[in-house]
Design a protein around this ligand. Structure first.
Ligand code: GTR
Length: 327
């Protein structure tokens, strides 16, 4: 009896030892705050992965840009210093030109259009293209329309953009976009925007409602104009260096779990969008629409040249065409 017990304890001990030799904790960078939909989505994905790999792959989601700005994080993923991240395609496009396709202004007509594209064959194909180099794209998270918010005035027409200092993501395309509208682009890390608004070094920024509200930017920038200019999805990324250390079986588990976190995250994003709008309005934010289509037309016209510059290859233009033809 004692022998049996002794040998099973020993076996258990050896098992724990062997498990701990293989269980590695990976960090996943997030720049949104703890209860934000994408952070929850990444945590859900991490939970599925840990469970299904019996703890071999243990991912810890680190929110609030504690691992660095989006630009720094993507840079550090090249060497594998950071294994996982959820970033926005706008920021990724600086490193992977294919990511620019879905960050272009006035491309998606609405979130349904975005969802159909990303979750269908075009989305799958685009993930493959994005995954040819230093990064593996596991899944897209839909993130809602981005619009301008400003401290001084409402945007009623393109004229109102003139001379405003608008914060942009650290992206050449976003820089060119805001400049094309007649404003002055100010590239800044996401975490620096709140202080810049308060200090008055910028007059506004642009983002989706959950980001506008969770960052409390609405407390300083009281005009939110539904320009609905970009729906740039977020993307769950793994460093290729780290990806290649996983067995094919674990790679499958990781990819499937990321995919399963998409509908989970979408529901939270939709809820946060609705709740965020209410919070903003209750705090006295003036939410306004532009009078369609007359005031919107000059915006569409101004961004046209950007397509030539940032979708510079036939392959990228092919994606654009396929997206536009999706109904
Ligand atoms: C948010 C996105 C962030 C970051 C931010 C920004 O919508 O979730 O990852 O890209 O926009 O504007 O910097």
């Amino acid at each position: 009896m004692f022998r049996i017990l002794e040998s099973s304890v020993l076996a258990g001990f050896l098992y724990i030892l062997s498990m701990s030799a293989y269980a590695v904790e990976y960090l996943a960078a997030e720049n949104q705050v703890a209860n934000f939909s994408t952070v929850k989505g990444m945590e859900y994905m991490a939970h599925l992965i840990k469970d299904r790999t019996n703890g071999r792959v243990d991912i810890k989601v680190v929110p609030a840009a504690k691992l660095g700005s989006e630009k720094d994080v993507i840079g550090k993923m090249k060497s594998g210093e950071i294994g996982f991240a959820r970033v926005n395609v706008g920021a990724l496009a600086q490193f992977v030109p294919e990511a620019a396709v879905v960050s272009m202004p006035f491309l998606f007509r609405n979130t349904k259009h975005e969802q159909k594209v990303l979750e269908g064959p075009i989305g799958a194909e685009l993930l493959k293209e994005i995954s040819k180099g230093d990064y593996i794209g596991l899944a897209f998270y839909e993130s809602g329309f981005r619009s301008f918010y400003t401290t001084k005035r409402q945007i009623k027409s393109i004229e109102d953009m003139k001379g405003l200092r608008i914060r942009v993501q650290e992206s050449d395309m976003m820089n060119a976009f805001v400049a094309a509208l007649g404003a002055i682009p100010v590239p800044l890390a996401y975490s620096a925007v709140g202080d810049a608004l308060k200090a008055g070094t910028i007059d506004g920024a642009e983002n989706n409602v959950p980001s506008y509200v969770s960052t409390k930017h609405f407390e300083t920038a009281k005009f939110y104009t539904l320009t609905n200019h970009i729906i740039a999805p977020d993307i769950v990324l793994v460093s290729r260096k780290v990806w290649e250390t996983f067995s094919p079986e674990d790679q499958k588990i990781i990819a499937a779990s990321a995919g399963q976190s998409v509908p989970y995250t979408r529901k939270l994003t939709e809820d946060q969008e609705q709740a965020g709008m209410k919070t903003a309005e209750a705090a006295g934010v003036i939410v306004s629409k532009m009078d369609l289509p007359l005031d919107r037309q000059p915006f569409l016209f101004a961004v046209r040249p950007l397509y030539k510059t940032f979708l510079a290859t036939e392959n990228l233009r092919k994606f654009e065409q396929q997206i536009r033809k999706t109904y």
